[in-house]
Design a protein around this ligand. Sequence first.
Ligand SMILES: NC(=O)c1ccc[n+]([C@@H]2O[C@H](COP(=O)([O-])OP(=O)(O)OC[C@H]3O[C@@H](n4cnc5c(N)ncnc54)[C@H](O)[C@@H]3O)[C@@H](O)[C@H]2O)c1
Length: 342
Amino acid sequence: MTVLVTGGAGFIGSAFVRQALKDLPEARIVILDALTYAGNLSTLENELKNPRVQFYPGKIQDPTVVEGILKAEGVTHLVNFAAESHNDRAMLEVGSFIQTDVYGVYTLLEAARKFKLERLLHVSTDEVYGSIDTGHFTEASPIEPNTPYSASKAGGELQIRAAIKAHGTPALITRGGNTYGPYHFPEKLIPFFIVRLIDGKKVPVYGDGSQVREWIHCDDHAGGILHVLQHGQIGEAYNVGDKNERTNMEVVKILLEETGRDQNFIKSIPDPRRGAHDKRYSMTTDKLEALGWKPKKPFEESLRETVRWYKSNESWWRPLVQTEDYQRFIRAFYGPALGEDL
Ligand SMILES: NC(=O)c1ccc[n+]([C@@H]2O[C@H](COP(=O)([O-])OP(=O)(O)OC[C@H]3O[C@@H](n4cnc5c(N)ncnc54)[C@H](O)[C@@H]3O)[C@@H](O)[C@H]2O)c1
């Protein structure tokens, strides 16, 4: 088994590489990653020393690169994590999302067909379902994305669905919940807030923080994906979640406690996503549980452990928040609302 992990230098992709090296002792792991601002080889420092791992820089939307790797490495399985993945960045610019999350998926599908891969697993998100006030999304729920990011992920998924139907491509989809844990680029709520609180800066909470998210640890998300790769039924989609719903404010309170900050570090700002900000995500995971898999990490304890990881791994994240690209994004997105608290 030779598994190509695209986007393997990112947050969940790198957790998957670690998990796959442990659980698939015979497998070779090939990583293709464009090393965008969100991709980081220092995340894979130990894994890259393993003789079973091979890294290639490059974009999934480049057929020459993708096909060259499939041929040279004899790839049998492909797991696609590569994506532009930040909702807020997609509010400012969505072209790069469509390039990677839609056109990139098409390129992988074409290559998978040409090289007759055994399995292609596409990593998607519960955000493709849109928002739900009560009850839970199942895999049969309609795809109704509300944000430019989730619409790009839905576009990629629909290409997968069509390839399964039209060409019999042996593909599967996972739709994961909001994910937290170590090695998370410090721009999404949890890592962004942690590094700001460590630095004694206020955290910008959209509105009253009553939006509900379902959180899953990156090791559990990666574990669920690996389980679906091995045991899922081709042509099917699987929700990967932890049924662990929290309001944003509940999460922020734990972060304040664990960093030793108080309520004065919260700054409520107008919601910059406007009507596109989904109120609640919630999904059932019965289909994945029926395959014999359940998440293991308890939320509150693992979130506190994540804060402690950021406290003791400044050398990983400090250089990331000092880049011009990062500073520019934070200024553009939060500057007007945060003002002197930026
Ligand atoms: N983070 C979450 O909460 C979450 C939840 C559900 C689903 N997902 C999905 O899981 C996947 C991984 O998310 P993540 O949080 O690890 O993202 P991430 O932004 O941390 O990592 C994405 C990785 O893809 C790479 N990449 C980007 N464009 C590329 C391209 N064109 N070609 C090759 N590589 C490219 C980046 O360099 C980076 O290493 C994404 O598909 C995302 O949509 C994420």
